[in-house]
Design a binder for this molecule. Structure first.
Ligand code: UTP
Length: 416
C-alpha cells in the first residue's frame, strides 16, 4: 500500500476522522487522490480538536474588568491640534510611509451578490463598483500627496481569481498596477456537529476563510510584511471592503497615533442607541479591546456619562491603523477563534451532495479586534457617521446598497 496513504490512515484513526477516507476512495484519478492526501497532511488535527471543544464552551467575562476607553472627537479638536496632527500625518504620507489594506476575503452571504463583494455595482449613475469607489480615494490621495500609496487587497481562496480578474478587466481603475498587491487569507476546515471534518461537493476537505483576524498571519506568510518593510512602510491602514465611505488615507489619524506614541489607532462612531448591534471600544483589564453587542449586558449598554452620552458608545467600524511593528508582533501570535454555526453544503458518506436548509456546520473565525488586547494602548478617533460609515451588509433594509448609496451621494453632494 502507498506509504502516504498508510500514514494518513493512522492520523485519521488517531483523531477519529476516518470518514475522510470515504472521500479518498471515491476520487477518480491518482492526481486527485494524492492532492487529497497532501491536503490531509496539512491539517493541524490537534487544533481541530481544540476548536471543536471550544464550540461547547461558553464565554465568561465576569472576571474581566471592563471600563470605558478615552477617545478624541475629530470634530471637536481645536484648530491648533487638528493642524498639528494633520501636519505630522501628511509628512508621513508624503514620505511614502503609509500603506493601506482592504480586507475582501469575506463571503458576503448576507448581501447575496454572486461574486466578490467589491465587484458589486452600488447603483450610482456611474455604475462604479465598490472596489472602484475605494480606489477613487487613493487616486485623490495620490494627487494630493504626490505619492503612490501601496494598496494590498486580502482575498480568500474562494474569490481571489475573480477579484484579480476584475481589477485586470477594469485596468486597475487607473491606479498604478505596481502599487496593487493581492494576497490570500488563511482557511480552516468546517466541522459537523459531531466534530467531523466535512467534504465539499468536489470531495475535498471543506474549508472556510478563517475570519478577518487571520489577516496578520496571512500578511506574514504571504510576504506582505516583508514587502511593506522593504518599501519603508511605517503605518498600515486596515479596513473592510464594504464601507463605501471609508477614509483609508487620513493624515489626522496618523498624526494622532504618532503624537500619542501608540502603535495603533482606531476610528469610532457614536453608537446610535443602547440596542444598536455593534461592537464598542473599551478597556478590558486595562488593555484596549472591543466588546461585542452579544457580550455586553443590557445595563452596561445603557449606562451614560455625566453629559448624557453612552458610556460604552464608541462603535468599532473596522477602520484601524497599525504600526508595522505592531503588525509584526501580532502576526506571530495566535488569536482566539470564535465559532459560528452555518449552513454548509457537503458530501455525505454515500457521495451525495447535501444542501441543508438549517445550520449544520461549525465555522471558525478570528476577529481583527482581538489583536487590540496585545497592545498597551491605542488612540481612538471619533468621526462622524455620515462622513465615514456607509456599510453594505444586507441585500435590503438597514446597511444595504440602498442606504449606503444614499449616504455616499449625500456625502459627495455636501463636499462638492
Ligand atoms: P463581515 O463580518 O461583514 O462578513 O466582514 P462578510 O463576509 O463581508 O459578510 P457576511 O457576514 O458573510 O454577510 C467584514 C469585513 O471583513 C472582511 C469582509 O470581506 C469585510 O470587508 N472579511 C471577513 C475578510 O476579509 N475575511 C473573513 O474571513 C471575514
Amino acid at each position: 500500500m502507498d506509504e502516504k496513504l498508510k500514514q494518513v490512515e493512522q492520523i485519521l484513526k488517531k483523531y477519529g476522522q476516518e470518514q475522510l477516507l470515504d472521500g479518498y476512495n471515491r476520487l477518480p484519478g491518482e492526481k486527485e487522490k494524492q492532492d487529497f492526501l497532501n491536503s490531509i497532511l496539512t491539517v493541524d488535527f490537534n487544533q481541530i480538536e481544540k476548536l471543536f471543544a471550544s464550540c461547547k464552551e461558553s464565554k465568561d467575562f465576569s472576571n474581566s474588568k471592563i471600563e470605558p476607553i478615552d477617545y478624541v472627537d475629530k470634530s471637536k479638536l481645536s484648530k491648533e491640534d487638528y493642524e498639528k496632527y494633520e501636519k505630522i500625518g501628511s509628512k508621513k504620507i508624503k514620505e511614502g510611509k503609509l500603506a493601506v489594506v482592504t480586507m475582501a476575503g469575506g463571503q458576503g452571504t448576507r448581501l447575496g451578490h454572486t461574486g466578490p463583494k467589491g465587484t458589486y455595482d452600488l447603483g450610482l449613475d456611474t455604475h462604479k463598483s465598490i472596489f472602484e469607489i475605494l480606489c477613487d480615494t487613493l487616486k485623490e490621495a495620490r494627487e494630493k500627496y504626490k505619492v503612490d500609496i501601496p494598496w494590498y487587497i486580502m482575498t480568500s481562496d474562494e474569490n481571489n481569481a475573480e477579484t484579480e480578474d476584475f481589477f485586470k478587466k477594469n485596468n486597475y481603475f487607473g491606479y498604478p498596477e505596481k502599487c496593487i498587491t493581492f494576497f490570500k487569507q488563511g482557511k480552516l476546515p468546517m466541522l459537523s456537529t459531531e466534530g467531523k471534518i466535512l467534504l465539499n461537493e468536489k470531495g475535498e476537505i471543506k474549508e472556510a476563510a478563517d475570519g478577518h483576524g487571520g489577516i496578520f498571519q496571512s500578511m506574514l506568510k504571504d510576504g506582505v510584511i516583508y514587502d511593506m518593510k522593504a518599501r519603508g512602510i511605517e503605518w498600515v491602514f486596515i479596513g473592510g471592503v464594504d464601507n463605501v465611505l471609508v477614509k483609508m488615507v487620513d493624515s489626522v489619524l496618523i498624526g494622532l497615533a504618532e503624537e500619542k506614541h501608540v502603535l495603533a489607532a482606531g476610528k469610532s462612531i457614536v453608537k446610535a442607541g443602547p440596542k444598536e448591534k455593534v461592537g464598542v471600544f473599551c478597556k478590558k483589564n486595562g488593555k484596549p479591546s472591543v466588546i461585542e453587542y452579544s457580550e455586553i449586558s443590557e445595563e452596561m449598554a445603557a449606562e451614560t456619562t455625566a453629559d448624557g452620552e453612552l458610556k460604552y458608545g464608541e462603535s468599532h467600524i473596522l477602520c484601524n491603523l497599525f504600526n508595522i511593528k505592531a503588525i509584526e508582533k501580532i502576526s506571530k501570535m495566535e488569536l482566539p477563534y470564535h465559532v459560528a454555526f452555518k449552513k454548509a453544503k457537503y458530501l455525505d458518506k454515500d457521495g451525495n451532495v447535501v444542501s441543508p436548509t438549517e445550520p449544520n456546520a461549525y465555522k471558525f473565525e478570528a476577529f481583527l479586534f482581538d489583536a487590540f488586547e496585545s497592545l498597551d494602548d491605542m488612540a481612538i478617533l471619533r468621526v462622524k457617521r455620515e462622513d465615514e460609515f456607509a456599510p453594505v451588509k444586507n441585500a435590503e433594509g438597514v446597511d444595504s446598497p440602498e442606504t449606503a448609496r444614499k449616504l455616499y451621494i449625500d456625502f459627495h453632494n455636501k463636499n462638492k
